[in-house]
Design a protein around this ligand. Structure first.
Ligand code: NAP
Length: 474
């Protein structure tokens, strides 16, 4: 591996303590990576503060052109990034290429948004004064990302922060720090000045992040990960009243009505379930199928799932790679065992293969009871858990009966009914006759305990900006 040290102020920095990154397909050590300490965080904050002064003063067009160049450079190197993503995360090559492409697109989208931080000029209705509103960079941002999308969860934060004029310190997940480190030479080449983006892998995560959240120069904390860690960060952010952006867990319902076009519903559910082998906050976690079509739907979905090839994601013929670590694999196996013990039927898969590698096969469970743990918790693996329904009101109520509200999926051939159902689902996003909602041009995010704020779309850059209102007379 070329880059395994900390990246601070445009330079690589070694540390005394290091930790291993494992290839989940082989369980072999891929790299030994530097682990940041508090002094490194201080150096990164100093660098980001110095770099941001000049960056924020540059014209939006100048910032936009650097981001555009980053998109061009990354697009030319998608294969390299995909290879690295597969090595450290395990996902199959096609999934990794999908992620690399999606990750690069954030640079293009926010290159376009950088010049559109539109404000407002209007008359105050009562006083007749003028109301001027402009958006300004919020300040230094601490970005914390998960292991399931080692590239995209980083670029989805870095690109809007840079477009807004902010400097950043990014703390990638310990399972997958290599992709973010590999992105740094590319950003340098694109023209990102030294110090503006700093990367701090660390095994002292809690203490390191907490230290940064209490530095008075930090104004934004943007986190993607579990709801449990999100709650801790919100508490830490309260002391300095930081601007929080929280992309947290999900428990996505996928509702297939009896009037759905069967092929669209099966393919859409496959995509919603199996993109990133189910290790996605957007993964269809509870699949509700109308009883009239449940048998045919289950048979077709099982056929598609059973045909997927499991293996080392580096092999281009493989469809499904390993899960990221043993803990995640064992949690998935435990969800299946629990559901089966409560009466679910295994239609395919369901058995952990011999190692090495943290593999779990594509699995379909039918007849999953409401009491099964996987109905209430994120499976985060390649397990499709099917339940049936007969009544529209009942399925809407069941879909909404969760503390999460990230994404839901609806399949129906009756558009009027489908839109009525979409509106009643308490979710930040809905896929209607589609199993994929992620798009850099759309506001990604959830309601309830799935998070605060939105990434992508027009909203994404505003998460890194503060509105200033000037009341003026002339
Ligand atoms: P996680 O355990 O919450 O970890 C995410 C990040 O937080 C990692 O960088 C981790 O660092 C760091 N972290 C852990 N404890 C921390 C602490 N006390 N203070 C500060 N940072 C801390 O989540 P994960 O297992 O990597 O990712 C899976 C979760 O992410 C799922 O719940 C999934 O739904 C969610 N997710 C949400 C979205 C979304 O957009 N809503 C997208 C993707 C994933 P270490 O690795 O060093 O522990």
């Amino acid at each position: 591996m070329d880059h395994t040290d900390l990246y601070i102020n445009g330079a690589w920095r070694k540390t005394e303590t290091r930790f291993d990154v494992i290839n989940p397909a082989t369980e072999a050590v891929l790299a030994s990576v530097a682990s940041a300490e508090i002094a490194d965080a201080d150096a990164a904050l100093d660098a980001a503060e110095a770099a941001m002064a000049d960056w924020a003063a540059r014209s939006p067009r100048a910032r936009s052109e650097v981001l555009r160049r980053a998109w061009e450079l990354m697009t030319a190197r998608l294969e390299d990034f995909a290879r690295l993503i597969t090595l450290e995360n395990g996902k199959a090559r096609a999934d990794a290429m999908g992620e690399a492409t999606y990750a690069a697109e954030f640079f293009r989208w926010f290159a376009e948004e950088a010049v559109r931080a539109d404000g407002l000029l209007t008359h105050a209705p009562a006083s007749g004064a003028r109301i001027l509103v402009q958006h300004k960079p919020a300040g230094l941002a601490v970005l914390i990302t998960p292991w399931n999308y080692p590239a995209a969860m980083g670029t989805r934060k870095i690109a809007p922060a840079l477009a807004a004029g902010c400097g950043v310190i990014i703390k990638p997940a310990s399972e997958t720090p290599l992709t973010m480190l590999a992105l740094m030479p590319l950003l340098e080449e694109a023209g990102v000045p030294p110090g503006l983006v700093n990367v701090l892998p660390s095994r002292r995560t809690g203490a390191l992040v907490d230290h940064m959240l209490h530095d008075p120069r930090v104004r934004v904390v943007s986190f993607t990960g579990s709801t449990g860690v999100g709650r801790k960060l919100l508490k830490g952010a309260a002391d300095q009243v930081l601007k929080p952006a929280m992309e947290l867990g999900g428990n996505a319902p996928c509702i297939v009505f009896e009037d759905a076009e069967m092929e669209t519903a099966v393919e859409g559910t496959m995509l919603a379930k199996m993109r990133n082998l189910g290790e996605a906050c957007t993964a269809a976690n509870r699949i509700y199928v109308h009883a009239d079509i449940a048998e045919e739907f289950t048979r077709r979905l099982t056929g598609r799932m059973a045909a997927l090839k499991l293996g080392d994601g580096s092999d281009p013929d493989v469809d499904v790679g390993p899960l990221v670590n043993a803990e995640t694999r064992d949690k998935v196996a435990a969800f299946v065992a629990d559901a089966v013990a409560r009466g679910a039927r295994v239609e395919c898969g369901g058995t952990t293969p011999e190692g090495p590698g943290f593999f779990y096969p594509p699995t379909v469970l039918s007849n999953v009871p409401e009491t099964a743990e996987c109905v209430h918790d994120e499976i985060f693996g390649p397990v499709a858990a099917i339940q049936t329904f007969t009544d529209q009101e009942d399925v809407i109520a069941r879909a909404n009966a969760t503390e999460y509200g990230l994404v839901a999926y609806v399949f129906s051939g009756d558009f009027r009914r489908a839109l009525q159902v979409c509106e009643r689902l308490d979710y930040g996003m809905v896929g209607l006759n589609r199993g994929l909602v992620s798009d850099p041009a759309a506001p990604f995010g959830g309601t309830k305990q799935s998070g605060l704020g939105r990434e992508g779309g027009h909203e994404g850059m505003l998460e890194f900006m503060e509105s200033q209102y000037i009341s003026a007379s002339w």
